[in-house]
Design a protein around this ligand. Structure first.
Ligand SMILES: [Zn+2]
Length: 189
């Protein structure tokens, strides 16, 4: 299949992931879940309690799009069936993958490729969610705290992936070096 794509002439932006790239997303999510679950030794019920979903740009609401990020987590509170009290709510996390930001980074940085780059991003977001669920980090923390957490999570993501035999992972880890040291590189993740 021809992987070249037409850039939108008016905006200069890339369109969303194509079918082939969507398959890479599915594979990356499956591998990331396995790596993160093994790393944190999550049981099946603990995994279910993470309560998240992963969606790409084509399936995001306007408020879930943030093209200055590679991905963002949006938290929703869902009332349990028959719930009366406000405390009877369950948090649900939606990992919102931002196709355009990712495709544009890949275009600008030639030695990056999609599978390890997406794998890094999904692992990173899952580690955030594990840490929210374990109350190691508050979703609504003030900026300075979120900033520090961001570099911690990049550090954890690096440690999770660095020793693994994953094609192209070295270039991805190099790309995210700046985020590890100061929390935010050119973009948030
Ligand atoms: Zn992050």
């Amino acid at each position: 299949m021809d992987m070249s794509r037409n850039i939108d002439c008016l905006t200069g932006r890339h369109p969303y992931f194509n079918e082939e790239e969507m398959e890479v997303v599915d594979q990356s999510v499956a591998v990331a879940e396995e790596l993160v679950n093994n790393h944190y030794k999550l049981s099946t019920s603990q995994m279910a309690q993470l309560n998240y979903d992963v969606k790409t740009s084509a399936h995001l609401l306007a408020r879930e799009k943030a093209e200055e990020h590679f991905a963002q987590i949006v938290r929703y509170s869902a009332k349990r069936k028959g719930a009366v009290l406000e405390t009877d709510t369950e948090d649900f996390y939606k990992i919102c993958i931002q196709d355009t930001a990712i495709l544009s980074a890949l275009k600008k940085t030639t030695d990056l490729c999609l599978p390890p780059f997406l794998l890094y991003i999904v692992c990173h977001e899952l580690i955030h969610i594990v840490r929210f669920r374990r109350f190691l980090q508050n979703f609504n923390a003030p900026f300075a705290e979120r900033h520090a957490e961001e570099s911690r999570v990049h550090g954890r993501t690096h440690d999770l992936l660095a020793g693994k035999r994953i094609e192209g992972i070295r270039q991805t880890l190099t790309f995210f070096e700046a985020w590890r040291s100061d929390g935010f590189g050119e973009r948030d993740v």
